[in-house]
Design a protein around this ligand. Structure first.
Ligand code: HEM
Length: 458
């Protein structure tokens, strides 16, 4: 039994953290487009938080926002082969992720998924925990030196990138971390934001942004190839067990064909894992720290659990910390939108779907849906504690569900839980400002600015 389960929790009104206002229902396509470039979350009106299905138009195609668990199961599980990544999603993500697992489709995806799966089992992830802990401990040591205020968002981004680097290559990111972060930030600020033509034109027609993306991709693949060449030069001891994700991916063979990844495929997988993994986890940790700064009592419960569990605390012992991560990802799901394009006709909630219709399953909406959750906008980690009624499997989707569920979900949960326990166990975290921080939905659920935090030793 964890310490949190034994603590007597006083009844009090739960925290309701800030959220953006809901959009007017009757907005025209151009107003919606302008808002979408700023934040897709800002384009959703009240109906999207109440109805099972919201039908609209999206650049010449019908669009459906799905909130009914049965319809979501239909699209992501029962008939998933009829639903592919959207052209806009591919356009925006391919320059960084190439043909890696996140964007692959059909046979190529099946081959990659079954080849990579063994590298992400709980057992394989447990071999990577020492890499995670070394980067977390170094971050805590660095934070002990902070005087005055600190930008915890930037610290979380550096820490998760460091973890991605060490778990991937066994080496720190001291030399290349800065350049890698610059690539990611530069892309996120500019080329990841869809323009009007990105949404309007079919994939085969390059938009002006695509030309810039093409040149970006050339620089990026050169950079990733350099990282891989350095890692290969560091070699692997003959007969030694794999020590990092790179070793696991090099050793991976398709269980049916016995094929290994080619160098180009390996580059795209490395890019996919680093990018899909680090920004999402940094975002989850940022919002967890923000919520805990707004809710000191809950923060104290996390600290008490971390202290009771001790220095060598395993992930399984940190039940309340894990519940805080789960609840954070309910309120601020790092992947706020799962989008699909229909490959052929179907029917959803009594509505006919035709080829190229757009299906939007938005964890942001689903997790705050008025009919699926009690007090949907309140921060209540106890709803995820053992013994509490489990949420509907199709109403809580921080990692998606079905065949394309996040392959790194266990990795991310272990990383985020251990990091939060260590950070909050070491420091009391407070905000140095009172202005609300709001989410911006562009690829991930980023904060609209990096607030200043104050930390003090516990
Ligand atoms: C808190 C952290 C994370 C969140 C919230 C998250 C969320 C998601 C979601 C929602 C999907 C499904 C997308 C869809 O169905 O369209 C996904 C897929 C994926 N994630 Fe994660 N992820 C996280 C961490 C990671 C990590 C640590 C890795 C790798 C080390 C990773 C690698 C991937 C990959 C490769 C896919 C594509 C899987 C496929 O299509 O077969 N993610 N992630």
């Amino acid at each position: 039994m964890s310490i949190a389960e034994t603590i007597d929790i006083p009844a009090r009104a739960p925290l309701v953290p800030p959220a953006p206002p809901r959009a007017p229902e009757n907005m025209g396509p151009f107003g919606r487009m302008a808002l979408m470039r700023k934040s897709a979350i800002d384009t959703w009106g009240q109906r999207a938080y109440e109805d099972d299905i919201v039908k609209g138009r999206f650049f010449g195609h019908a669009s459906f926002i799905l909130n009914a668990p049965d319809d979501i199961r239909h699209v992501l599980v029962d008939n998933y082969e009829n639903y592919t990544r959207t052209p806009a999603g591919i356009r925006v993500l391919r320059p960084m992720l190439g043909e890696g697992l996140l964007l692959a489709e059909g046979r190529a995806w099946k081959h990659q998924r079954r080849t990579l799966a063994p590298a992400f089992t709980p057992r394989a992830v447990s071999t990577l925990i020492p890499h995670m802990l070394s980067a977390i401990d170094e971050t805590v040591a660095e934070l002990h030196k902070v005087q005055g205020t600190v930008d915890l968002r930037e610290v979380m981004q550096r820490m998760t990138l460091e973890i991605a680097g060490r778990t991937m290559f066994s080496t720190g990111m001291a030399r290349h971390g800065r350049a890698l972060r610059d690539f990611v930030i530069d892309y996120g600020m500019n080329l990841a934001r869809p323009h009007f033509l990105d949404l309007l034109l079919p994939l085969g027609w390059p938009t002006p942004q695509d030309i810039s993306r093409h040149f970006f991709r050339k620089r990026w693949t050169r950079f990733v190839a350099m990282l891989i060449a350095e890692r290969r030069a560091a070699g692997k001891l003959e007969g030694a067990p794999p020590r990092d994700l790179f070793d696991l991916m090099v050793a991976a063979r398709d269980p049916e064909t016995n094929d290994a990844f080619s160098d180009a495929q390996l580059g795209d997988q490395v890019a996919t894992m680093i990018l899909a993994g680090h920004e999402t986890t940094a975002t989850a940790l940022f919002w967890a720290l923000y919520l805990l700064a707004l809710d000191p009592e809950t923060q104290d419960r996390v600290a008490a659990e971390a202290h009771a569990a001790g220095d060598g605390a395993g992930f399984e012992a940190l039940k309340f910390t894990r519940a805080v991560i789960d609840e954070t990802m309910r309120l601020y799901p790092p992947a706020f939108l799962i989008a699909r394009a229909a490959a052929g006709p179907d029917s959803l909630g009594g509505e006919a779907v035709v080829k190229n219709d757009v299906i939007l399953i938005a964890p942001w909406l689903l997790h705050r849906h008025e009919r699926l959750w009690e007090q949907p906008n309140a921060f209540m980690p106890d709803r995820f504690m053992p013994g509490a009624p489990a949420p509907d499997r199709y109403a809580y989707l921080p990692f998606g569900v079905g065949a394309r569920v996040c392959i790194g979900a266990h990795f991310a949960l272990v990383e985020a839980t251990l990091a939060l326990a260590k950070l909050v166990g070491a420091f009391r975290v407070e905000l140095d400002e009172i202005e609300p921080v709001l989410p911006i939905g562009i690829v991930t659920t980023q904060p609209d600015r990096s607030p200043k935090f104050r930390i003090s030793r516990r």
